[in-house]
Design a binder for this molecule. Structure first.
Ligand SMILES: NC(=O)c1ccc[n+]([C@@H]2O[C@H](COP(=O)([O-])OP(=O)(O)OC[C@H]3O[C@@H](n4cnc5c(N)ncnc54)[C@H](OP(=O)(O)O)[C@@H]3O)[C@@H](O)[C@H]2O)c1
Length: 257
């Protein structure tokens, strides 16, 4: 819980894609705590309803699979939200999957899923969100990259490539979105304890996990270590920040020596 910074998002509307788990879940709850209406989207309805329970008047849920959702699905989901609450002030895209893609065990289907979820899903989200009928002028978008975009995670070139693509795309999208005074930035978290890393832990193995933990001067992160930066980027206090990547990583890219 943040004690010395208070965000105020009363009468603002946001959409969080990937709201059923991990960082997306935490961001959804922090936005509602700050008074915003939040449309929480992911595939798992049961987990979304759990999130909604904490703020039933402020959080609504919709299920969507970003691997399947086309422009008409986004129009329906966003259109219903806009009709109820008015135009949207910003959105957060956290949907992502990881997975090993070492050359010796390369599975191109998995590589495509990794890229589709983090990158192409993000582009469809932004395309839907930025339509004039959905977006309030001066909206802010935050999309999730990773320190894997900046540092070569061994055996994960597809994930690194997907997140590198997110960072690069943001620089270009920022120039396009500026037309309507919208801003877009990416966030590159380091290792954050969520369901995603519980799954990777089994794939990566105990020895490497020990080394990864040792490479974090401030220790590995929790969702609440990343969420405040996202809320800041969504807020008007960040009105001069667009087209860039913000690393939130417990100092891991700086190194321990
Ligand atoms: N945790 C880390 O250490 C770490 C580090 C750097 C970057 N990141 C990035 O940060 C983001 C959030 O990670 P996290 O750790 O919070 O992950 P998480 O706990 O696994 O949450 C991922 C979210 O994405 C949703 N999602 C996945 N595939 C989807 C699909 N096809 N359609 C719709 N929703 C989908 C999941 O919901 P459903 O399953 O309900 O659909 C879930 O809500 C990801 O982009 C990840 O790559 C994570």
């Amino acid at each position: 819980m943040m004690k010395d910074v208070k965000f105020q998002f009363e009468n603002k509307n946001f959409v969080v894609m990937g709201a059923s788990s991990g960082m997306g879940r935490h961001i959804t709850l922090d936005l509602a705590r700050a008074g915003a209406h939040v449309l929480a989207v992911a595939r798992n309805e049961e987990r979304l309803q759990e999130v909604q329970k904490s703020f039933p008047d402020l959080i609504e849920v919709q299920t969507l699979d970003v691997l399947e959702a086309g422009p008409e699905d986004w129009d329906r989901v966003l259109g219903e939200f806009v009709e109820k609450h008015g135009k949207i002030n910003g959105g957060v895209y956290t949907a992502g999957i990881t997975g090993m893609s070492a050359l010796r065990m390369y599975n191109e289907d998995l590589a495509h899923r990794i890229l589709d979820t983090s990158f192409f899903g993000m582009t469809r989200f932004i395309q839907g969100m930025a339509k004039k009928k959905h977006a309030e002028k001066g909206s802010s978008y935050v999309v999730f990259a990773s320190t894997a975009a900046h540092y070569g995670n061994r055996g994960q070139f597809a994930y690194s490539g997907a997140k590198g693509a997110v960072c690069s795309a943001v620089r270009s999208l920022a120039k396009e979105l500026y037309r309507d005074k919208h801003r877009i930035n990416s966030i590159s978290p380091g290792w954050v304890e969520t369901e995603m890393v519980v799954n990777s832990r089994n794939e990566i193995g105990d020895d490497r996990i020990k080394n990864i933990y040792a490479s974090y001067p401030l220790g590995v992160g929790k969702p609440e270590d990343v969420s405040p930066m996202v809320l800041f980027l969504l807020s008007d206090a960040a009105r001069w920040i667009t087209g860039t990547d913000v690393v939130v990583d417990g100092g891991s890219l700086a190194g321990t020596d």
